[in-house]
Design a protein around this ligand. Structure first.
Ligand SMILES: Cc1cc2nc3c(=O)[nH]c(=O)nc-3n(C[C@H](O)[C@H](O)[C@H](O)COP(=O)(O)O)c2cc1C
Length: 392
């Protein structure tokens, strides 16, 4: 009985996926297909299997495509490169770089792969990722499962040439669990993967690798970034921009230290933020007691306030990419007004699937226009005292 029901679901899902590939990700037809056939099937799978299924679909051309051009108000410049919109996919979904073009195809303006570690490593024992549906959140303790630099480089080398004006590829670098020379791991990442990247990210903020977050401390960070900056500058010109990804769980003094070091060591931007180790008292789902990093809606305001702090502390001089709980155009807009030049999301995609991407973009475009902004750049930091040219 159950077997027949499952076979029926599998057949219906396969038919839905096949139909999806012809559809516009922003259209009514795909939205209905996703909510009635694809999402219910994914919910039957445990979180990691559903994640793998999503990556597989994106890697094998089984996702719909964005067939409608983005609203002109969303076009923006990041690190001197023009992108069609400022809505990105955060690191951790495509950890190895298997599915970049399928993901750009659903309409992201930037897709960040990784974290990639130098040597392959399996990550933590399963289960290691949990849905918290009542909270629209996820807890993960993947622990940098990675194919390693060499295999990721091979996957990126096999990509077709990027279409002009397409979104950016970010490459997020991690360190091996057993490595005792963090700087060497990140420098190796720059050398192995920097040539494929439109921007590089030094991730020192995942909570699932012992000792990693301590690299955010002033002296360690200074040493690390100096070594990484030197390696980036040695790449063929022009080298990719260098970003630092930070946690949302920092004290005021730690944030001030990071801002000073990032400016001093010529970092180009910050990704704010990674998952949180905190557990807000509002969490309702059974999985709230799992260990790991919490992402999604309960992280949203903490991350936005961290964007605001870092924008002020860096006096608007660094490009900030805001991540954490973005699930609507309003959420994206709040982060932009707090100081982000672009945003990223991951967890909301777990709950809403690809139709979320065009929805966020059209909501964001409407909010920008309603407030009289001609572009995303005009709105960056609008709510911050550090708005460039206004207070400094
Ligand atoms: C399952 C999962 C795996 C993640 N893996 C990584 C990772 O490998 N490297 C990283 O820098 N961030 C990782 N993240 C953090 C996200 O990139 C993002 O910073 C965070 O989830 C906040 O965004 P969100 O609330 O939209 O998910 C991961 C997040 C999730 C949910």
């Amino acid at each position: 009985m159950l077997g027949r029901a499952l076979a029926g679901t599998a057949t219906a899902t396969a038919a839905a996926v096949a139909a999806s590939t012809q559809l516009d990700v922003g259209g009514e037809a795909y939205s209905t297909l996703y909510s009635t056939a694809v999402a219910p099937a994914l919910r039957l799978l445990d979180a990691e299997t559903a994640h793998r299924a999503g990556v597989f679909a994106a890697a094998h051309g089984l996702l719909p495509r964005a067939k409608t051009a983005d609203d002109a108000v969303l076009r923006t410049t990041l690190f001197g490169r023009s992108v069609p919109n400022p809505v990105g996919l955060a690191a951790g979904f495509d950890k190895h770089g298997e599915a970049v073009d399928g993901l750009l195809g659903i309409g992201f303006g930037l897709v960040e792969i990784g974290s990639v570690t130098p040597k392959p490593q399996p990550g933590n024992a399963k289960p290691r990722v949990f849905r918290l549906p009542e909270d629209r959140a996820v807890i993960n303790r993947y622990g940098f499962n990675s194919v390693g630099h060499a295999d990721a480089a091979e996957l990126l080398r096999a990509r077709p040439a990027a279409a002009p004006g397409a979104g950016l590829l970010g490459v997020n670098l991690g360190k091996n669990k057993t490595s005792d020379d963090a700087a060497a791991d990140y420098v190796a990442g720059v050398r192995a993967l920097g040539g494929f990247a439109d921007y590089l990210v030094v991730n020192v903020s995942s909570p699932n690798t012992p000792g990693l977050r301590a690299l955010q401390r002033r002296d360690d960070l200074k040493q690390l970034l100096r070594a990484v900056r030197t390696a980036v500058d040695a790449l063929p010109s022009p080298p990719p921009p260098l970003l630092l990804k930070i946690a949302p769980d920092l004290s005021a003094a730690e944030k001030a230290d990071i801002a000073a070091v990032a400016l001093g060591e010529r970092v180009d931007g910050l990704i704010v933020s990674n998952t949180t180790i905190s557990r807000p008292p509002t969490l309702a789902a059974a999985a709230k007691t799992e260990g790991g990093g919490l992402s999604g809606a309960p992280l949203r305001d903490l991350a936005t306030e961290t964007v605001r702090d870092m924008y002020a502390l860096t006096r608007g001089k660094l490009t900030i990419v805001g991540a954490g709980g973005v699930g609507s155009g309003r959420d994206a807009y709040d982060k932009i007004r707090a100081g982000a030049s672009a945003v990223q999301l991951y967890t909301a995609l777990v709950y809403d699937g690809p139709p979320l991407v065009p929805r966020i973009k059209s909501e964001l475009a409407a909010l920008l226009k309603a407030d009289g902004f001609a572009s995303v750049a005009d709105a960056v930091g609008a709510d911050s005292k550090a708005k460039k040219g206004r207070w400094f």
